[in-house]
Write a protein that binds this ligand. Structure first.
Ligand code: ADP
Length: 412
């Protein structure tokens, strides 16, 4: 079965085409600057990377360009788009509506449109991607896989904010958590490595956006991001948790509007805001080694916050079997992993410093053999997880010979 995975942003579209028998990646790519002149198309077929520029006016045209790439008689990987048996879409926010992936029907699109209130930047873009695919592939079943779904298992005392209860009733203001597909994928790999399902795992997804998750027996019981992805850990340009009363203070002292404060907290804060240099850990570590004081402070703040969450989640889980690092920083930055594990021997975490220093972008156990808690680097693969969910839903749809307009939900 060939499955296309689509991840759309407001002006971008990422795709991967996978052959699911061997879970082999056939082609992947990224269309950027959709809607402006000279959109950029990057794609890989096999190991060959290609790039070209073209005016792509909207997401439907972007999908058509992707299909031209995939079916090109000389360089393509399929003869005809009819070989694509299903499409899996990454969607950011499903509110409290879905706790698993779902076959996309008109009702599902309506529900996701309602959830745009929660993710005004992301959901409308994701819906554009779904509609564009439906136009070009009207008869192909599609599945939605949501960033929030994995965390729907959090207990109410973990997801509620201590605001007036009516705020929850009226507006569904609560913690949702994000990066669920990544936390789910790496925790599944970790539990296979541990050789048991009844496990206590902490997964650290440390990319430009960063979150951490406490997972008991395969189920998310707490995560660091909140109602929006701004909460929790310190991130590339996001502040993470701050004293909420700072919002009206900023409004007064800097005369900022709500939108401007949102911009400060999401785009000008975090590692960039504190260091004044960059959101990228490679730049910050270079600056640190050149004696830059603010880069040092930003990195220390990041490590300190991360460590506090690890401790908190180990307590919430009542012990720990594995600590997992993933995403850009988690997979590639031994210094962050070292700082997170330093001084944690009392919790049974013993890092193999040599192995840690050598590990980049590969699956590895980086704890010492005597470490009670296994420490793993596990490269994330959200697209594969989306494709697996899509395959499972399509197969069960066929088995039950459901029509695509019956609602079909997969539990996590
Ligand atoms: P996102 O998907 O959230 O945009 P990624 O998971 O791709 O982010 O992570 C990007 C970040 O990973 C970069 O901003 C950088 O901080 C970090 N990163 C990538 N490569 C390295 C590296 N070799 N060493 C340290 N940090 C790295």
């Amino acid at each position: 079965m060939k499955i296309l995975v689509i991840n759309t942003g407001s002006s971008s579209l990422k795709y991967q085409l996978l052959e699911m028998e061997k879970e082999k990646l056939l082609s992947k790519g990224l269309v950027e600057r959709i809607g402006s002149e000279g959109s950029i198309v990057n794609y890989t077929i096999g190991n060959e990377k290609n790039k070209f520029q073209k005016d792509i006016l909207n997401h439907t045209d972007a999908i058509k360009v992707v299909f031209d790439i995939l079916t090109n008689p000389e360089t393509g990987v399929i003869k005809d788009i009819s070989e694509i048996q299903a499409v899996g879409h990454r969607v950011v926010h499903a509110g409290e509506r879905y706790s698993g992936s779902v076959l996309i029907t008109e009702d599902v699109v309506d529900a996701l449109e309602e959830c745009a209130f929660f993710a005004p930047l992301h959901n409308p873009a994701n819906i554009k991607g779904i509609k564009a695919c439906q136009l070009v592939l009207p008869d192909v079943p599609m599945v939605g896989v949501f960033d929030t779904a994995f965390h729907q298992t959090m207990p109410d005392y973990a997801y509620m904010y201590a605001l007036p209860y009516e705020m929850y009733v009226k507006y569904k203001i609560r913690r949702y958590g994000f990066h669920g597909t990544s936390h789910r994928y790496v925790s599944q790999v970790a539990s296979q490595l541990l050789g048991k399902k009844d496990s206590k795992i902490i997964t650290c997804h440390l990319g430009n956006g960063a979150s951490i998750c406490a997972i008991r027996d395969g189920i998310s019981i707490d995560t660091s991001m909140g109602h929006t992805p701004t909460g929790g850990l310190i991130m590339g340009t996001r502040c993470g948790d701050i004293d909420p009363a700072l919002v009206p203070i900023l409004e007064n002292v800097e005369h900022l509007t709500a939108k401007q404060i949102d911009d400060v907290m999401n785009k000008k804060s975090g590692m960039l805001g504190v260091s004044g240099i960059s959101n990228d850990f490679r730049d910050l570590e270079d600056a640190l080694h050149n004696g830059n004081r603010r880069a040092k402070l930003a990195l220390e703040m990041f490590d300190y916050r991360l460590k506090k969450f690890i401790g908190e989640y180990a307590i919430v889980l009542g012990g720990l079997d594995a600590l997992v690092f993933t995403a850009g920083i988690g997979e590639n930055d031994p210094e962050t992993r070292y700082e997170a594990c330093k001084g944690m021997e009392f919790m049974g975490i013993y890092l193999d410093e040599e192995k840690n220093a050598k590990t980049r972008s590969e699956l590895a156990e980086i704890s010492l053999p005597e470490s009670k808690v296994k420490v793993y680097v596990i490269p994330t693969n959200e697209e594969l997880m989306i494709a697996r969910d899509t395959k499972e839903i399509i197969e069960s749809m066929k088995k039950n010979s459901k029509k695509p307009d019956d609602e079909l939900v997969m539990s996590n």
